[in-house]
Write a protein that binds this ligand. Sequence first.
Ligand code: CMC
Length: 361
Amino acid sequence: MSDGLEGVIAAQTVLSDVDGAHGRLVIRGYAVEDLAGRTRFEDAAHLLLDGFFDDAPSDLSSALGEARVGVFAEVAALDEGLARRDPVEALRALLARIPDGDDLKTALRLIAAPAVFTPAVLRVANGDAPIAPDPALSHAADILRMIRGVPATDAEAAALDAYLVTVCDHGLNASTFAARVVASTRAGLTSAVLAGLSALKGPLHGGAPGPVIDMLDAIGTPENARPWLERALARGDRLMGFGHRIYRVRDPRADALKAAVRRLSSASGGLPGRLAFAEAVERAALEILREHKPDRPLDTNVEFYTALLLEALGLPPSSFTCVFAMGRVAGWLAHAREQLAGGRLIRPQSVYVGPEVRVAA
Ligand code: CMC
């Protein structure tokens, strides 16, 4: 038996390759650091879905814009009670309104859904009216406009694109595996995406970046980093944004996102102070983790600089997991289609360690 399925190979994929020993992530043949910052999310989604739908257009931009407009009708079901729940729970409830299907139209609606529903959830929770999508904008620019109510600058849209592309796929991570398991039962793409989103919600997976901001805020000053982090480890807490099941070195997505933070800060003239502080916390955390777990290489993962980038874009920490879903949904769908195309029902076995057979009273 493999605890946590560590080391188990459960699928063959053409989508992405995670090399944990060397800290490399390749998405359909491209290194993640080459895609992030150069590619729009629409094009990364197209790259992932390529070959999985016969009727896919060569550019997804306008179809995705139309899908954003189409799913906005579901926002009518959002009341204040739902909007005040954890945003992932509210997003999941709205996503569940999209009928199951296996076609391109369903896939595009599912890619559009987190991008349209998350801004609506945030705004309604704040007492503001949801803003309708603008199909003429890029996916990233429209997301920022729908959340903040003002148009995004090109640098901001590029920064969000860099994030969405960086996280769009990552091998057989927990949420993608969950999506593939559900897809393998032939339940449909909406069901697969709901499974992925539910797995993403947990703090050990996509729920980490919000707590990274809490950690930075609680630490407050560079001098307080070491004592604060030491106390956290002594309590048995995990340091959010560090450690990974596969990477034994630095997660390459951390540097792709740090570069995006730098580009955004040089365009906006803000942020260097926050970035320098985060780097000081990161240095202290890596030092302490080395002392704390000398036998287990624990390095920075994607979530640390995700938190800084999304914060710099003015997004609330409560939304970070939903923003992660806006990018990863493309990967879930591509994996679901790949599983449908060639995979069998995923059905592992367990070892029974319960009581011996006994007679029911
Ligand atoms: N802080 C302190 N100790 C840690 C950390 C951490 N961030 N990560 C792992 N460890 C320790 C852990 O306590 C365990 O020690 P022991 O063997 O004494 O119990 C040892 O290292 C191995 O941990 P594990 O839980 O067996 O390792 P895993 O491969 O199952 O966990 C992880 C991977 C990401 C869940 C874990 O590193 C973690 O909890 N990190 C913090 C949460 C986080 O940043 N999550 C985002 C992950 S990256 C996004 C994604 O790709 O999903």
